[in-house]
Each structure stands twice: as structure tokens, then as C-alpha cells.
Design a protein around this ligand. Structure first.
Ligand SMILES: [Zn+2]
Length: 215
């Protein structure tokens, strides 16, 4: 997803869970994960690119595992950064894979439910052998991000490329709304999974409710 979409997803899904200070740190870490040299090159697992499903899921769990120990050490920034990173990856699952397509194709009698009805974690689809994510074909793929070159470059890329498959913004058509809705639900789910074993004190620290900036 585009950086502003990641920010919007976090604000909509978990904005009320955190203080403004915590939310800003979480958003900054999420957005930073899209930096070209440090976040894109060699990091398929940050974005569910190149069919890196197992690696991306492992990345989410690795980041989650950092959160409670960081909070116990009073290092809230590390905890917020890890949550920003893991939710970025979880959100990209819906914009970089064919999950939305698969979910729609599994609806009975060709019905097309509203985007708000999407199940973000349908067990059958998540483990389906037909689940795919967009491949990154460098260097052409990088040029597809340059607005003036986009129209020239995209036709040259294969249909299984990120450039063809992505649902990164509303400009990608009506399926984007499904990816967006699934990503909101998934972000709420990731918050619940992350915090479900927290003591009340740890949860308050994570949400930054004890700070002067608490919402
Ligand atoms: Zn990404």
C-alpha cells in the first residue's frame, strides 16, 4: 500500500487504542518500511512480495516477540516500532497478494458482498496453493513507480508482477476497497493478538495511557 494508506489504516483501526505520541511512532515505523534502499531492496518479507508468505509471517511474529520484553524494559519506542512494522507487513498481504480475488471467487453464486464483509483470515484461502503475491522484476519494477514512466513500463512487465497485481491505492480499481477493509480488520486483529496476554500495566504502557499525551 502507499505510505499514506498505511497511515490511514493505522489511524482508523487502532487510532483510539494509543496516545497521539505512540500512534505517531507506530505510523513512522510503518511508513519507513517502504523506504526504497532500506525497506524494499532485499526485503520481500516486509511486504509479502515475491510469494514470500512464510518469511513474511515469520517477520510478523519476530516483531511481535520484541514487544512485551521491550515494554518490560521500559523501552516503549522499540515496542511501538515493532508494532508499526508488523502491521505494515500484515496490511500489505491484502494489497500484494491475490487474496481479495480468491475471496471474491469463493463467494456462492457469483455474489459480490460489500467490501466490509471480507474475512481477512479465511483459513482455506490463507493456506490455498493458489495464493500468490506479486513478483518484483527489477529494474523495470522500480521504474514503474516513476509517474512519467509508469505507462511505458507496466505493459512490459509480466502479469504476475507487483506492478500488475498490486492493490496499493484506490487508483487500482474497485478491488482496492476490499484490500483496505481486510487490512483494517487485520490491523485490529494484530492488536488483539499482540496484547491479549498483557497485564493491565503492560497494556497501559503500550497504549501510552499513563503519559500526559494520553487520549
Ligand atoms: Zn510495504
Amino acid at each position: 500500500m502507499l505510505r499514506r494508506i498505511h497511515a490511514e489504516l493505522l489511524r482508523s483501526a487502532v487510532g483510539s487504542e494509543f496516545s497521539p505520541r505512540a500512534l505517531d511512532e507506530i505510523i513512522a515505523a510503518s511508513v519507513k518500511q517502504d523506504a526504497f534502499w532500506t525497506g524494499q531492496i532485499g526485503h520481500d518479507e516486509y511486504h509479502f512480495d515475491n510469494n514470500a508468505f512464510d518469511k513474511s509471517r515469520a517477520f510478523i511474529e519476530d516483531q511481535r516477540a520484541l514487544i512485551a520484553p521491550a515494554l518490560e524494559n521500559g523501552d516503549v519506542e522499540t515496542a511501538w516500532r515493532a508494532f508499526g512494522k508488523l502491521t505494515h507487513t500484515a496490511q500489505d498481504f491484502y494489497s500484494h497478494s491475490n487474496y481479495v480475488d480468491l475471496w471474491l471467487s469463493f463467494q456462492s453464486d457469483g455474489l459480490k458482498p460489500a467490501p466490509s464483509e471480507i474475512d481477512p483470515l479465511d483459513d482455506v484461502l490463507v493456506s490455498s496453493p493458489t495464493l500468490r503475491s506479486g513478483k518484483i522484476y527489477y529494474p523495470l519494477e522500480a521504474l514503474a513507480f516513476v509517474p512519467v514512466l509508469k505507462k511505458l513500463v507496466i505493459p512490459l512487465l509480466p502479469r504476475d508482477s507487483h506492478a500488475w497485481m498490486n492493490l496499493d491505492s484506490a487508483g487500482r480499481g474497485p478491488l482496492f476497497e476490499y484490500a483496505f477493509s481486510a487490512a483494517i480488520k487485520r490491523t485490529c486483529y494484530e492488536f488483539d493478538v499482540t496484547t491479549r496476554n498483557f497485564s493491565p500495566g503492560l497494556l497501559a504502557l503500550f497504549r501510552d495511557l499513563s503519559s500526559d499525551h494520553a487520549a
